[in-house]
Design a binder for this molecule. Structure first.
Ligand code: FAD
Length: 408
């Protein structure tokens, strides 16, 4: 009962507000937004937005009128503390907002590079629209970028920068790209494709310092020194070394946190009046056993829908089926399921033809499918998951096996 206050207007926060209204919630909804834009989609920031010429309005989920029509109060500002005893949220402006239910959709922030000269203006990150906008503006005046970190965002940006005509070097400490997230087969495919595009990928190395000329606050980047003694020239450095979940607001209010804000299978914190969704939430997952924190649009929006349903009387544990995508140059990677913990990988299709899927098994249990330019396999994987079904590794490898027959 009472108003729902949502902290954070990213994918999770926006969806929670929209789904609450859709489900008929009629009390006050406030969406606390600490970015100076209407709520927007993040994935294009490292892809189409940097590449193209469309303005920020092309990224917005909805125009301003939507929030007015739906009486969703967009409040510009930052939440600074929670008074749980009095059920009030304090904003940096000093405003106190009473809540019936508080939703923490605070997302994650860039992990910062702790290196000499890492604060120079030509060392950039890529999480929020303002950072993407800054990169978009600066790219035409740059010739050579070193990307630190070969995760999804580092590689998406690297591919885009190459298309924009920059010389690109990518540094990765692990022995392969996207090592924590995808199979070795998929890493190898992308390494080859990025190298074909003229991107130099350096594996098993670390940046040890950023070289610059001039003042320590305003100087110009001239290159990056590596742990193997090499030095790469650069006039731009882009850092993609992962994120840290924004858990501080919860922690300071005495809510349990670990590698995320701890919530149960209903996405509730230990305080029944406070829930957490999206990148910031470490949620109990009966389906996967144990706790998970995922960073994906699917996870944030499905969390938000599940929570909105609970707050409007339809209480069910969260049981979303994970899926994800990453566009890198001309290649589209799509992942259905969680592909960690596999002991066997079966390929369907042919990497040489630039279209294949890696079916990941633990024993005979299909955990997930990583598809490259095979949207049909991806959609199949999502539907199969939703039906709690599997196919055998032999069927997966056999291109003459009709996947649709497994869905009948
Ligand atoms: P966020 O979208 O991070 O939103 C959290 C919001 O809360 C932020 O605006 C933050 O500033 C705000 N906030 C935090 N603390 C406070 C406070 N105290 N007061 C007020 N506001 C606060 N996922 C995919 O599935 N596919 C992709 O291709 C993909 N590409 C991506 C590309 C980029 C460049 C990035 C950065 C992410 C990408 N992701 C992708 C991941 C996806 O965008 C995130 O998983 C998703 O945005 C998570 O939503 P969220 O609502 O949990 O957090």
């Amino acid at each position: 009962d009472g108003p729902v206050i949502i902290v954070g207007a990213g994918h999770g926060g926006y969806q929670a507000a929209a789904s609450l209204r859709q489900a008929g919630f009629s009390d006050r909804i406030c969406l606390i937004n600490d970015e100076a834009h209407l709520p927007y989609q993040r994935p294009p920031l490292s892809k189409a937005y940097i590449k193209g010429s469309a303005g920020p309005e092309s990224l917005m989920f909805r125009p301003e009128k939507f929030y007015l029509d739906q009486t969703i109060e967009l409040i510009a500002g930052r939440a600074v503390s929670i008074d749980r005893a009095r059920r009030k949220l304090l904003l940096a402006s000093g405003e106190m907002l009473p809540y019936g239910h508080l939703v923490l959709a605070t997302g994650a922030r860039n992990r910062l590079l702790d290196l000499p000269n890492a604060n120079l203006p030509d060392v950039k990150y890529l999480r929020i629209l303002d950072e993407s906008e800054a990169l978009r503006k600066i790219i035409p005046s740059k010739t050579r970028v070193v990307v630190i970190g070969a995760g999804f965002i580092g590689l998406e940006f690297a591919a885009t920068a190459r298309i924009k005509g920059l010389e690109v070097d990518v540094l990765e400490l692990a022995p392969r790209v996207m090592a924590r997230a995808v199979t070795a087969e998929v890493s190898e495919y992308f390494q080859a494709r990025h190298r074909e595009a003229g991107i130099r990928i350096h594996l098993g190395v670390q940046a040890t310092s950023i070289e610059a000329q001039g003042d320590k606050d305003t100087g110009k980047v001239t290159g990056v020194s590596l742990s193997d003694g090499r030095h790469l020239p650069a006039d731009l450095v882009v850092v993609g070394v992962g994120v840290l979940p924004n858990i501080e607001l919860a922690a300071e209010a005495g809510l349990p946190v670990a590698a995320g804000i701890i919530v149960d299978e209903y996405l509730s914190t230990s305080d029944p009046n406070i829930s957490a969704v999206g990148d910031c939430a470490l949620f109990a997952s009966p389906r996967f056993g144990g706790s998970l924190r995922l960073e994906s649009v699917q996870n944030a929006t499905d969390h938000a829908r599940c929570l909105a349903a609970r707050l409007t009387g339809d209480k069910k544990p969260y049981d979303g089926h994970p899926w994800f995508w990453s566009d890198q140059g001309d290649d589209k990677l799509q992942i259905a399921g969680l592909t960690t913990g596999y002991d066997r990988v079966v390929l369907r299709g042919d990497p040489a033809k630039k279209a294949f899927s890696a079916f990941c098994y633990h024993g005979d249990r299909l955990l997930g499918i990583e598809s490259i330019n095979r949207a049909g396999d991806h959609m199949f994987g999502r539907r199969l998951q939703a039906m709690n079904r599997s196919i055998t590794p032999e069927q997966a490898a056999d291109e003459s096996f009709d996947l649709k027959s497994a869905l009948a």
